[in-house]
Ligand binder design. Structure first.
Ligand code: OGA
Ligand code: MN
Length: 275
């Protein structure tokens, strides 16, 4: 197995591993360590079937269907969520910074996206290093963030899904209630602190005046998404990319339209309640 760093302290390409037929315990341990070290792992030229993607994801944690249940999943594997863009059915947009499903009490620790059909040169995904985002803040601000909680809500995502042609305007049955998470979380495996707010799901800082809260969240987002903090992934068909939702945010560039077919399979592995 080879590990080649890709971005500025975030992202690495893993070579010499075929995920289509299961990995040994030793290889799993190496992948796991590389994942903790690099936050985003890229495996090229993988022809993984949905079943193998589920098996690989389950090495890390339970595969769960999307909590809003308004999106299409694979017929035989409800844990495989289909992101498809095709004529007349543009995919739901993800061109906003977020950490997947942070509005859940226990958000997924990681997400895995397999590009079955990629749009080469278009539809890149950007990943931000939230350890570095936290560590590079001024001392005093860092200290004050340590005692803050933020509210995360699915309301915006539910509204987006209802309006999206990808869901045929289907109403969301169960929009989970907002939850509170610490603004700075401690990664349960690395023990490192990471900033854990994102502009899409984080609605406010608990107990802070509305305007002040909005200003602080904007400032933190600008800080977290500075260029030197980002790995930008240019997709090729066959890429499998996994990212750590506990210490990264991501943003899917929407620079294509429904005439350009794109098909991705996504799985997530269950995580802990942020602390
Ligand atoms: C996701 C997501 C990005 C993309 O699957 O969580 O944000 O590139 N998708 O489609
Ligand atoms: Mn996402």
């Amino acid at each position: 197995m080879t590990i080649t760093p890709l971005g500025p302290g975030i992202g690495a390409e893993i070579g010499g591993v075929d995920l289509s037929c299961g990995v040994s315990l030793t290889v799993f341990r190496d992948i796991h360590q590389a994942f903790l070290d690099h936050m985003v792992l890229v495996f090229r030229n993988q022809s993984v079937e949905p079943r193998s993607q589920v098996d690989f994801t389950e090495l890390f944690g339970a595969v769960e269907p999307h909590p809003l249940r308004s999106r299409r999943s694979h017929d035989e594997h409800p844990g495989v969520f289909i992101i498809e863009n095709r004529p007349g059915k543009p995919s739901a947009r993800n061109d906003f910074w977020h950490s997947d499903i942070s509005f859940n009490e226990t958000p997924p620790q990681l997400s895995i996206l397999h590009a079955v059909v990629a749009l080469e040169g278009k539809g890149d995904t950007l990943f931000a290093n939230m350890y570095a985002a936290y560590e590079s803040l001024p001392d005093e601000l860092r200290r004050s963030l340590l005692t803050m909680q933020a509210e995360h809500s699915a309301a915006r995502l539910a509204r987006r899904n209802e309006k999206s042609p990808a869901t045929d305007g289907k109403q969301i049955q169960h929009v989970p209630l907002p939850v509170e998470h610490p603004v700075v979380r401690t990664h349960p495996e690395s023990g490192r602190r990471a900033l854990y707010v994102n502009p899409y799901f984080t609605s406010c800082i608990v107990g802070m005046e509305k305007k002040e809260s909005a200003q602080l969240l904007t400032l933190l987002n600008i800080h977290a998404t500075r260029k030197e903090n980002i790995y930008q992934h240019a997709w090729r068909s066959g890429d499998l990319v996994m990212w750590d939702n506990r210490c990264t945010m991501h943003y899917a560039v929407y620079d294509y339209d429904d005439t350009m077919p794109r098909l991705m399979h996504r799985t997530t592995a269950a995580g802990d309640r942020p602390t």
